[in-house]
Ligand binder design. Structure first.
Ligand code: GRF
Length: 224
């Protein structure tokens, strides 16, 4: 039986770069729509904009440099130790460009979310916008899912879609999708911190009702 998050929920955000999704979640917390507090931001890279964003909002932030660790196991062990100092209810992967070990993922099963820039299960991995255009897809988007040991393969919670136009380039499509990410991730974070979103043995649920395979279509849904 899974217990709900503490109130306010402790949220730890992992980043590697710009942190625009981190910013969207900071904004949700500051606006009071997300009933939690970001207790730490951790980056595996120094000098990234996401760290500046955290500092600007007075959020404790760390660089845990993967190049200073001998292997993936020792890095993930150090990361786990650092995260757990903040007693997290929720771990948010927001552009954290690391493949995680199975032991690490299992430790946070049911309380770690990721955002991926495609309509999963399509286009797992990198260069999703370019691949969607090359595949002549008519639509594309983003997905938030629970993290499991299968890369980009955990149960999908929700998606937001965009139309691919004939004039779209990789850059224009990336920008359209990111705009949607900034609604989707805060919304899923809010639902989780309110204890409404859970991962059960039978799959993800919202308000105790099973989420359909492939996730909820949350296009144009800014609140629930
Ligand atoms: C986003 O596009 C997200 O889908 C992917 O990494 C990117 C992170 O962007 N996982 P940002 O650092 O949040 O701006």
């Amino acid at each position: 039986m899974q217990t709900g998050p503490s109130s306010p929920a402790s949220i730890v955000v992992l980043i590697s770069g710009s942190g625009s999704n981190l910013q969207a979640i900071i904004d949700g917390v500051e606006a009071g729509t997300i009933s939690g507090q970001i207790t730490a931001v951790i980056s595996n890279k120094s000098d990234v904009k996401g760290l500046e964003r955290a500092a600007k909002h007075g959020i404790v932030n760390y660089v845990l440099d993967h190049t200073e660790h001998a292997d993936r196991e020792s890095y993930d062990q150090a990361l786990k130790t650092l995260i757990d100092q903040h007693n997290p209810d929720l771990i948010i992967l927001a552009g954290f460009m690391r493949i995680l070990t199975e032991a690490f993922v299992q430790h946070y099963e049911g309380k770690m979310l990721n955002i991926h820039p495609s309509l999963l299960p399509k286009f797992k991995g990198l260069h999703t916008h370019k691949r969607a255009i090359e595949a002549q897809e008519s639509e594309h988007g983003c997905s938030v899912h629970f993290v499991t040991p299968v890369l980009d393969g955990g149960p999908i919670i929700g998606q937001r879609k965009v139309i691919i136009c004939a004039t779209d380039t990789e850059e224009s499509l990336a920008s359209k999708v990111q705009k949607e990410e900034h609604f989707l991730y805060p919304l899923c974070t809010k639902l989780f911190t309110e204890g409404r979103l859970q991962l059960t043995d039978a799959g993800p649920t919202l308000d105790g009702i099973a989420i359909i395979e492939g996730g909820l279509d949350l296009t144009n849904t800014d609140d629930l």
